[in-house]
Design a protein around this ligand. Structure first.
Ligand code: 5GP
Length: 114
């Protein structure tokens, strides 16, 4: 069996994380190296490596993740706005091969992104 990636270990509670939201399909926790006052990682529990690997069966899970992010933003009172980012592949700087969305807030963000 393949070695679990770091996010699968967080799902299985094999390594600690500051979890802010969880339901049957997804998990959200604080990034260990935050790039903004609020920096959460939002992941599906289903093993999906990246945007490249979203199968037809997994489309509903991805929609669920966006609905969850809206709920989390409301719960945290992010009424001034927030940014949702996903890195896919080497040029985008994806480090962990488990689909994840960065939910960032608490400061102004530049555009275009670096
Ligand atoms: P990527 O570069 O793959 O889009 O983002 C991976 C993110 O996961 C990075 O922002 C990094 O700080 C975060 N990260 C990596 N390892 C851990 C960990 O063990 N715990 C937590 N909470 N975040 C992690």
């Amino acid at each position: 069996m393949a070695e679990k990636n770091i996010f699968e270990k967080i799902i299985d509670r094999e390594i600690p994380a500051k979890i802010v939201y969880e339901d049957d399909l997804c998990l959200a926790f604080e990034d260990i190296d935050p790039k903004a006052p609020v920096h959460l990682i939002v992941i599906p529990k289903l093993a999906i490596a990246s945007v490249d690997d979203v199968s037809a069966e997994a489309e509903g899970v991805v929609g669920h993740l966006f609905a969850a992010m809206g709920k989390i933003a409301a719960k945290l009172g992010l009424s001034d706005g927030y940014r949702v980012v996903t890195n896919c592949g080497r040029d985008a700087g994806q480090e962990v091969m488990h689909l994840h969305f960065h939910l960032l807030a608490g400061r102004k963000f530049g555009w275009p992104p670096g």
